[in-house]
Design a protein around this ligand. Structure first.
Ligand code: GLV
Length: 328
């Protein structure tokens, strides 16, 4: 029986299924391992079920040549150094598709909460400050009919675009590494633009691109300066895509109107400058967090491990070029 590490707490039902196939070392205490602890726990393991919190790079792979598969319970995999995986023939898998619509719901909700000042007004009410109606109280900006800008037009970006175009009558503009085929742009009337046009024209800009060295600080002071002063920015992608310090400055000087952030540079730490601002809605990286979707992600990560370590093609490999796995 292969030995695997389940690096974080997991649904008991998924764990029980893994235990039918593997000898499982389970981090039931849900400790966020230091790199050293992670390396210790990977001793002798053929597979690992990880989350975005565990970083697996060349040094980890070199220390554990018996490790064949890492199943990441997330669609993003910037915590895995895929070039190092490829070079060593180690398989990585992720959990796409099962979270697309749930994550798009949240991205749209966060954008709406940001535009309509929901968090700020709720704090005001809870603080007992609501004593009378006033004509301009918490007047925000409209979502319906406003221009929706999307940076990163993958599955989740397209699902957000659909919500905006079909549900809220929003003209959609987007920028992406590559332009969508016409039959995907058509139904949502999405217009491909360069990044400068996206920044300049979007009323509500939503970030849904993967994190990489190339997308680090894709939105910094220079980009924020190009946005409309009335615009909102929503980040459900990854911390590090936005320069959080530059964003805090832009928000405090009202160079853009508001932001909604589900992800942060260095999370779970949050830049203190953001915490003091009224015009930002902050959530703790929960865009895919519904009961059904998180279970589906756990199950898919388990399916990937079970298939790969049985020598079959896993459902959602990140680097299928390493298949078939030598030595499994
Ligand atoms: C969450 O951030 C994910 O990548 O699934």
């Amino acid at each position: 029986m292969h030995r695997i590490l389940v690096a974080r707490a997991l649904y008991p039902e998924t764990l029980a299924r893994l235990r039918q196939h593997f000898e499982v070392d389970y981090n039931g205490d849900d400790i966020v391992f230091s790199p050293r602890e992670l390396s210790q726990r990977l001793q002798g393991k053929a597979g690992a079920l990880t989350t975005g919190s565990e970083r697996i790079d060349a040094s980890v792979l070199d220390a554990h040549p018996q490790l064949r598969v890492v199943a990441n319970m997330a669609v993003g995999y910037n915590n895995l150094d895929i070039a190092a995986f490829d070079a060593r023939g180690v398989l990585a898998t992720n959990t796409p598709d099962v979270l697309t619509e749930t994550t798009a719901d949240f991205g749209f909700a966060l954008m709406m909460a940001t535009a309509r000042r929901m968090a700020e007004s709720e704090h005001f009410l809870r603080a007992g400050q609501w004593t009378k109606w006033r004509y301009d109280m918490f007047a925000g900006s409209d979502v319906h009919g406003a221009t929706l800008g999307i940076l990163g037009m993958g599955r989740i970006g397209q699902a957000i675009a659909r919500r905006g175009a079909l549900g809220f009558g929003m003209p959609v503009i987007y920028h992406n590494r590559s332009r969508l085929p016409a039959d995907q742009e058509g139904p949502i009337g999405a217009r491909y633009v360069d990044k400068a046009t996206l920044l300049r024209e979007a009323d509500h800009l939503v970030l849904v691109l993967p994190y990489s060295a190339g997308s680090h600080h894709a939105i910094g002071a220079a980009e924020l300066a190009q946005m409309k002063p009335t615009a909102t920015l929503t980040n459900i992608a990854r911390g590090g895509i936005v320069d959080d310090a530059a964003l805090a400055r832009a928000l405090s000087e009202r160079r853009i109107s508001a932001a909604g952030l589900d992800v942060f540079e260095g999370e779970p730490a949050v830049n203190p400058a953001l915490l003091d601002l009224p015009n930002v809605v902050l959530t703790p990286h929960i865009a895919s967090a519904t009961e059904r979707t998180r279970r589906a992600m756990a199950d898919l990560a388990a399916d990937n491990l079970i298939a790969a370590l049985a020598g079959s093609r896993p459902p959602t490999p990140v680097n299928p070029g390493v298949l078939p796995l030598a030595g499994v």
